[in-house]
Design a protein around this ligand. Structure first.
Ligand code: FMN
Length: 232
């Protein structure tokens, strides 16, 4: 189900001028043709996002997750909400989960900040994918071993897990951890993100995910809460 993302991009193309974005649109239509919606999301068009929150720092470092006194979650370890969000939608879900649980929040960010231009971002993300690039992340979770459960948030990018999330797992071994994926998208749902995640975290226990249309995050508080309740 790719209508939402296609409509989003068509609307932007009209705004930005057909000539400038024809190439990206054509590539997108081809790439998205094979995407399947796996976990919800309505068929309405997505208007991408709230403003991007925060820029990545330019050097790599370790940092402790922000927020909360942090409840301990399942098992012996703690739970962490780790999220990559370019335009704020998935971050909105992450913040809601943190509000509901008091778990700690960690933002996955690139060492070199991404452009804020949507069309450029489409192209960069596609290039990263086709080259299987592993963009350096801005910082690591310093106390990673303390967490047994990871709530992992990301947008669908060209039907896949963003490469930056794969980079995150090069630095953070998920073996033995429970991972709950959550996602926002413009119509494709998880598409291939979950199989990408399984490949990036081969020894993790990946559980049921939550996938929402990017433009429905604000109205999905109860859905998020239900998912959290089921999975905490
Ligand atoms: C580079 C890029 C690629 C995208 N690819 C897809 C896609 O394949 N399928 C889809 O449904 N939406 C796609 N979208 C739309 C985003 O998944 C959607 O707007 C999401 O809510 C953005 O989350 P964020 O605000 O947390 O970054 C793409 C957006 C960008 C910027």
């Amino acid at each position: 189900m790719t209508d939402g993302f296609k409509q989003e991009r068509i609307a932007r193309r009209q705004l930005l001028g057909a000539a400038a974005s024809m190439g990206v649109a054509a590539l997108g239509a081809g790439l998205l043709a094979g995407c399947s919606s796996r976990n919800g999301g309505s068929s309405s068009a997505s208007s991408s996002s709230s403003a991007r929150q925060g820029e990545a720092s330019s050097s790599s470092s370790s940092s402790s997750p922000s927020s909360s006194s942090a409840a301990s979650a399942q098992g012996a370890g703690k739970a962490l909400v780790a999220v990559f969000s370019w335009s704020g939608n998935t971050l909105g879900v992450a913040n809601r989960i943190v509000e509901d649980t008091q778990f700690e929040l960690f933002r996955i960010e690139p060492a070199i900040a991404y452009t804020q231009d949507y069309n450029e971002m489409l192209q960069i993300a596609q290039d990263e994918q086709s080259q299987n690039a592993m963009p350096k992340i801005a910082s690591n979770v310093s106390n990673w071993d303390e967490y047994s459960t990871i709530y992992l948030g990301f947008p669908t990018w060209w039907g896949h897990l963003p490469q930056i999330v794969k980079s995150f797992f090069l630095e953070h071994d998920c073996a033995g951890k429970v991972v709950y994926p959550f996602n926002t998208h413009g119509g494709s749902g998880f598409a291939s993100c979950l199989s990408d995640l399984a490949a990036a975290c081969p020894n993790a226990d990946v559980r049921e995910g939550l996938s929402l249309m990017g433009d429905s995050v604000q109205s999905s508080a109860s859905q998020i809460e239900d998912w959290v309740k089921k999975n905490v």
